[in-house]
Ligand binder design. Structure first.
Ligand SMILES: [Zn+2]
Length: 77
């Protein structure tokens, strides 16, 4: 679990932060580490979206900043 937290926070430290989408991406990265699978089922991010969008912790964040990061080419967050 500690490694997952480090990966999650590491993604934020690399600039993938500041929006609800960024939070979902960090959670996806953690899940990839946990499961060892690059391509995860689409239902997992959907569940993460639902959770992030429902938590008050992230309510103040914009849904998306519309920016990208070299770590995630072609993915806006
Ligand atoms: Zn986070």
């Amino acid at each position: 679990m500690a490694a997952e937290t480090a990966i999650h926070e590491g993604f934020h430290a690399q600039g993938v932060a500041g929006s609800k989408r960024a939070e979902v991406l960090a959670r996806v990265a953690s899940m990839q580490h946990r499961t060892g699978v690059d391509k995860i089922l689409l239902s997992s991010p959907k569940d993460m979206y639902r959770e992030v969008y429902s938590l008050p912790d992230y309510a103040a964040l914009p849904n998306s900043l519309g920016t990208q990061n070299p770590q995630f080419p072609n993915v806006k967050f």
